[in-house]
Unconditional design. Structure first.
Length: 193
């Protein structure tokens, strides 16, 4: 029996056509995922309006270090300070640590300071620093670090989050997301003459 050309019965796709359909389907799904990511990023960016920072009480805080010492923020006043909020469970945070360590090593003789505030458990930070030591001081902010980051303008509480203070304690720069060489070069130029 021969079916007319307008018949609603479909023949199975040939083996060569099936992979092509799967490929088009994957491309379509990837396009939808990309569009969702772009829309989500735009919405997230709109939500991440850098709020006016609340510095009241900031310089009076103190944080324990993983080795048991303590870091009082007041001791960092008088010289430029980059504060980096990070966590061991945050892949972009971990990726930027070697860059931050190099930056600090190259600029500390010029008066630049860097403090890593870990939004993490002490044991996790200790294990991380044993595997990947850094040249700058690290303190433990714990989960309260997210609230402190929010007070400093990080309305979404994301990590990593970095802020730059000049020698007078004025907040000059803030960035949500990993820093890169260009960011650090610009920030250095803003505070080191």
């Amino acid at each position: 029996m021969t079916l007319p050309a307008s018949s609603s019965v479909h023949e199975p796709a040939s083996p060569a056509v099936a992979p092509a359909r799967r490929g088009r389907r994957r491309v379509a799904l990837a396009a939808v995922a990309l569009a969702a990511a772009v829309v989500g990023g735009a919405v997230g960016w709109r939500r991440f309006q850098l709020a006016e920072p609340d510095l009241a009480g900031f310089w009076g805080q103190s944080f324990p270090a993983p080795d048991g010492a303590s870091h009082r923020l007041a001791t960092f006043r008088g010289r430029p300070l980059l504060v980096n909020f990070w966590a061991t469970w945050c892949p972009p945070c971990v990726e930027e640590m070697p860059l931050l360590s190099r930056f600090y090593t190259e600029n500390k003789a010029n008066g630049m300071q860097l403090l890593g505030l870990a939004v993490d458990k002490p044991e996790s930070v200790q294990r991380f620093l044993a595997r990947l030591p850094v040249s700058f001081p690290v303190a433990l902010a714990g989960v309260d670090g997210i609230e402190l980051a929010r007070q400093l303008g990080n309305t979404v509480g994301g990590l990593p989050f970095s802020i730059l203070f000049d020698a007078n304690g004025r907040l000059l720069e803030r960035k949500l997301g990993p820093l890169n060489e260009r960011d650090l070069s610009g920030w250095r130029a803003a505070v080191l003459v």
